[in-house]
Ligand binder design. Structure first.
Ligand SMILES: [Zn+2]
Ligand SMILES: [Zn+2]
Length: 388
């Protein structure tokens, strides 16, 4: 005996669309063949739930079912003949658990293919090419780039049709051009791809000799493109129609160039911002002055105010990387760090000692908190130790 569809899904007779969806999703997850390997009962229940959902989620079928029950859906033959046909598009919301219907997937495995194909053409595959570029090329971009890409291209001899000159594809006699044939599976009648024409609906009586009837051949071709200014590691550039040609004259796929960017010893990149560490003499920080700096756009000068802290950050607006989206550029952050000389000449040492005595004298009574801690904000442990 067939169970009531509402009972199968565990919903009330007035359940709304969302409620149906929810109930079906829960069941499909529970009874999923991946979770119940080899469990025939679970598989049958899984199919039962799919059938129930496909009826109740279709307003027309639901109306008939509500009025006449299972008998109403039994097909023109009536008499309890359990004919049943799925419309895979009703399950499009469940692709995350069931897999893709039109490309086969779990649904296709259990119920037979749901491939929808009206012509014999097939879109070609997308291709991916990983390209490593220099740090500066990523910032400034590069015109007139060229890559040699091995790929399948439309056959010149037959112009992609796969047919010998003077011949043309013929309608498949087995499926009468539908590309699908009805297959019985238990009480289901499912549509499966036609075995004779592989679902294309047509076949090639005289295949082209150059491509064996595929309509495409292997070739290595130079593809031109430009690197936009501002690409980053992982940026994908899509070159439409530069992927592989489709079989039997189908549309070509796309070529994706995925960038990797060489690091630069001077800069650290964070999106469209750049960071650069700079060692500067501490008298410059103390006294102030002008600091010459290099940016990706050339030499520049930065004004350093007197009494600048030892870990100061200077922001050079618009000196970063161009933004791929939104325009403009990021900023360049200069992380200034006081350089402490390791060796000194006798003269420099004398001058420093003089300076220290002078500064220590100024701060009378703070013998431990000497000149170095003034300059370095009290964090210079070495300075303290030496003076003990
Ligand atoms: Zn050919
Ligand atoms: Zn066929």
């Amino acid at each position: 005996m067939k169970r009531d569809y509402y009972e199968v899904l565990g919903v009330a007779r007035d359940a709304g669309t969302d409620e149906l969806k929810k109930a079906y999703r829960k069941l499909a997850m529970e009874l999923h063949p991946d979770r119940n390997p080899g469990n025939k009962e679970a598989e049958e229940k899984f199919k039962e739930a799919a059938e129930a959902y496909s009826v109740l989620s279709d307003p027309e079928k639901r109306k008939v079912y509500d009025q006449f029950g299972h008998a109403g859906l039994g097909g023109a033959g009536g008499g309890g003949g359990q004919q049943f046909q799925f419309d895979p598009s009703q399950f499009a919301d469940f692709e995350d658990i069931l897999g893709s219907f039109f490309g086969g997937g779990l649904f296709g495995d259990l119920f037979g293919g749901g491939r929808r194909r009206s012509t014999g053409e097939e879109r070609g595959s997308d291709l991916q090419y990983n390209l490593r570029i220099g740090f500066k090329d990523a910032i400034f971009g590069q015109e007139a780039m060229e890559l040699s890409i091995p790929r399948l291209e439309a056959c010149d001899t037959c112009h992609g049709s796969g047919c010998e000159a003077g011949s043309r594809p013929e309608t498949c006699p087995q499926c009468r051009g539908q590309g699908q044939v009805a297959v019985r599976q238990g009480f289901f009648q499912m549509l499966a791809p036609c075995p004779r024409c592989e679902g294309r609906g047509r076949f090639i009586p005289k295949p082209c000799k150059a491509c064996g009837g595929e309509g495409r051949v292997h070739r290595k071709t130079k593809v031109g493109f430009r690197i936009p200014a501002g690409v980053d590691r992982g940026t994908r550039l899509r070159l439409q129609g530069q992927g592989e040609a489709g079989r039997f004259g189908g549309r070509a796929g796309d070529l994706y160039i995925v960038f990797d960017v060489e690091p630069d010893p001077a800069y650290e990149r964070d999106g469209s911002d750049l960071h650069r560490r700079l060692d500067v003499s501490w008298p410059l920080l103390v006294l102030g002055g002008t600091l010459p700096v290099e940016t990706p756009y050339g030499a520049d000068k930065v004004k350093v105010a007197p009494g600048t802290p030892a870990d100061h950050v200077v922001k050079l607006v618009n000196a970063g990387v161009p933004r791929l989206q939104g325009g403009g550029r990021g900023d360049l952050y200069l992380h200034l760090r006081a350089a402490v000389p390791k060796t000194l000449t006798a003269e420099q040492r004398e001058l420093l000692e003089q300076l220290r005595r002078s500064l220590d004298g100024e701060a009378a009574g703070e013998s431990e908190e000497g000149f170095l801690s003034k300059v370095f904000g009290g964090s210079e442990k070495n300075g303290k130790k030496k003076r003990k």
